[in-house]
Design a protein. Structure first.
Length: 340
């Protein structure tokens, strides 16, 4: 990535792999399947006490239902922990598309940064030649010192994930668990890393409290005291909520910690605070896209998107210093369709 200097405008070209969509079927808790979420919701409301039905609605998820903004919208559309999208083979649930299903990543474990294997290479800032995936990492800000509180963005051209930075992009607090069905009896759990990787952990010992990944991944996933603890090597541990698999705490072996505070009933990251008392604050558009991040010094970083803030990340506007003549530094992204 080209360095952005004060008062300069940088334009960058990124590749983007188009995803194929498939129409989801919608299943309610009674095993009935519907062609769309509306009738499924109506059936539940008819079969249960209306107040109880509304009490079970909650915006957002990472387990297979689609995101919603408020109770009225949920009741008409996506019903938390009651209506589930059922996708055809080769497709996964995706909250950002109307159909409910998109094509699986070809090899989600291979996304993110990688060193070229012997006999292979990377090119084009950089693109992995074997996979065709373009990966980019951008540190928008970082506090000085060994225990750094930072905001980092990651881009993978071949990912189908769409989070608060929209399609292709994630940030370093955009990590979560996705369960195979109900969290209390999941045969496997997918661990979604901020760099784009998806690592599958499989239940061990006939129970549902301990999970292990492939032999080439140095990590364990364990249910401890109503939380999920992901141990990554010796130095790093992450804690996730038990039912929804949302990141709550990042702990390092030297005692440094970052606590993730959530808003909107737990759906979005509202702030991150470390044990030095430093805080990063997040702001969002009504679409759910990240609008701004404010660093511990109060400096503001703004993010805007194509398609009325519901498309692709288009601009990042960095803080300016007093006396800047040319305004705030800006990076603009342009995307070209890739057929890798």
């Amino acid at each position: 990535m080209r360095r952005v200097f004060p008062g300069l405008f940088a334009a960058l070209l990124l590749s983007l792999t188009l995803s194929t969509q498939a129409q989801a079927a919608w299943e309610d808790p009674y095993g009935d399947v519907y062609a769309s979420p509306g009738p499924a919701c109506a059936a539940i409301v008819l079969r249960e006490n209306t107040r109880l039905a509304l009490d079970r609605i909650e915006p957002g998820n990472v387990q297979g239902t689609l995101d919603c903004v408020n109770v009225a919208f949920c009741c008409q559309a996506f019903y938390r922990d009651a209506i589930y999208a059922v996708c055809p083979a080769g497709y996964v649930v995706e909250t950002s598309v109307e159909s409910g299903c998109i094509e699986e990543d070809p090899d989600p474990k291979a996304l993110g940064p990688s060193c070229p294997a012997k006999g292979t290479s990377a090119a084009g800032n950089p693109v992995s030649i074997p996979s065709g995936n373009k990966f980019e990492q951008v540190v928008d800000f970082a506090t000085p010192g060994a225990n750094s509180l930072r905001f980092v963005r990651y881009y993978n051209s071949q990912t189908k994930h769409s989070g608060s930075l929209k399609r292709g992009w994630r940030h370093n607090y955009d990590r979560f668990l996705r369960f195979d069905g109900i969290h209390t009896s999941a045969d496997w759990i997918d661990v979604h890393r901020p760099e784009g990787q998806v690592l599958r952990f499989t239940a061990t010992g006939g129970g549902y409290d301990s999970y292990v990944p492939d032999s080439d991944v140095d990590a364990t996933l364990t249910r401890v005291a109503g939380k999920w603890e992901l141990q990554l090597g010796h130095d790093l541990k992450e804690t996730y909520s038990e039912e929804k698999g949302r990141l709550e705490l990042i702990s390092y072996v030297n005692g440094y910690e970052q606590t993730v505070n959530r808003i909107d009933l737990g759906l979005r990251v509202g702030s991150v605070t470390d044990n030095y008392g430093r805080t990063i604050t997040f702001e969002y558009y009504i679409t759910g896209a990240l609008a701004a991040v404010i660093d511990p010094d109060g400096k503001r970083y703004d993010y805007s998107y194509t398609g009325n803030d519901n498309g692709l990340l288009e601009k990042v506007v960095y803080p300016g210093n007093p006396g800047y003549v040319d305004g705030r530094p800006t990076t603009t992204y342009h995307y070209e369709v890739s057929s890798y």
